[in-house]
Design a protein around this ligand. Structure first.
Ligand SMILES: [Mn+2]
Length: 358
């Protein structure tokens, strides 16, 4: 298992790599060229520059989250071939510089959705929250405006203002879109890029849908066992793999995460491990990584990963905002302290599981 930490880049992330390096066991930075729009080329010079900065801090940079997929590819428009060629060029440029895994998603329009970024928890911290009734009664534009307001100028991946300015047009484009149609477009994309992935030894790791159910009538591909089975069968190469996000998949309590990890083990290249607490009405709140604080069996997941000899990448996912972190100084979900505590909880579970196996 390679412990990693997401970082938003120089001048874009208030947290320094010097701090991240002090988290015990931290090896890898999960990075991206965050200023790039979907469909834009990542040049080798830009990639080398970012990697050498991360390496100069004593950390590795062999995993990227995310290279975003242009909406025309998801929609299956005739322009998709041009964007697929650019995507392959990005993959070649990354692989030539040592990158082994690329996390991405294939969700229409929204990368992830919450209704409240700084929802109060009982201990006085705050965390991301999803209110089902509020989403059902709201207009997508309200959601976009709310996210813009709560992110206080810190850009949120997947919520790029340039893209969301076109929200009405995008919803129109997806009118009548079924899961199967989106899956066909996913297969077209995968079939087109997998030869490059295999030749250059760079693995694709799709992130689950977040939340793992349809919102605003948009289709879903990566939210439960049935759909993940279809997705992995659509192109059977192991380079068509998963980012297994326990928070996203765990927001549907019907998903048996430990069983799923067992099923998909050789296709899981990246683990996002975090906890959520799902309420009886389906609302969910992000919570600390500790098993007892939520409804996700974090220690069971870490024990399973240890027992299958998981050697992919793993990162603590979103954290709560604690110790003075708030909307004015922290990117929602991506403060330093709770993610660092999460990393230690995950490392502790991992180490103990290893010891008990002997
Ligand atoms: Mn995740």
């Amino acid at each position: 298992m390679k412990l990693s930490f997401r970082w938003y880049g120089r001048g874009n992330d208030p947290i320094s790599l010097d701090y991240i390096k002090q988290i015990p066991g931290m090896e890898e930075i999960v990075w991206a060229l965050h200023e790039k729009q979907a469909g834009e080329l990542w040049t080798e010079a830009e990639i080398k520059d970012e990697i050498s900065y991360i390496e100069s801090k004593g950390l590795k940079a062999t995993i990227v989250e995310s290279v975003n997929v242009h909406e025309d590819i998801k929609l299956g428009l005739p322009t998709r071939d041009k964007y697929i060629e650019i995507y392959c060029e990005c993959l070649r440029n990354l692989a030539k510089n040592g990158v082994k895994v690329v996390c991405y998603n294939f969700m229409p329009i929204f990368d992830w959705t919450r209704t409240d970024m700084f929802h109060p928890l009982a201990d006085g911290s705050t965390a991301l929250f999803f209110d089902r009734a509020q989403i059902q009664g709201s207009d997508p534009q309200e959601l976009v405006d709310n996210v813009a307001k709560e992110s206080h100028g810190l850009t949120l991946p997947g919520w790029e203002p340039e893209r969301l300015a076109r929200i009405k047009d995008l919803f129109k484009a997806y009118e009548g879109f079924t899961d199967d149609k989106l899956r066909d477009n996913f297969k077209y994309f995968m079939d087109a890029i997998i030869p490059t992935c295999e030749e250059y030894d760079i693995k694709m790791a799709i992130h689950p849908d977040d939340p793992p159910f349809s919102i605003f009538g948009l289709p879903r591909l990566v939210n439960n066992k049935t759909n993940i089975d279809k997705l992995l069968k659509a192109n059977p190469s192991k380079y068509n793999g998963l980012t297994f996000c326990t928070g996203s998949l765990g927001s549907d309590p019907k998903n048996d995460l430990v069983q799923m990890i067992d099923n998909y083990q050789e296709r899981i290249h990246f683990m996002h491990v975090r906890n959520v607490r799902v309420d009886s009405n389906g609302d969910f709140s992000e919570v600390s990584h500790r098993s007892q604080d939520g409804t996700v069996d974090i220690t069971g997941i870490m024990a399973k990963l240890q027992s299958i000899g998981f050697d992919g990448y793993l990162r603590p996912d979103h954290g709560r905002h604690v110790f003075g972190e708030n909307a004015t100084n922290t990117r929602p979900g991506y403060g330093l302290y709770d993610r660092a505590m999460g990393a230690m909880y995950l490392m502790g579970s991992w180490d103990m599981a290893a010891r008990l196996q002997k």
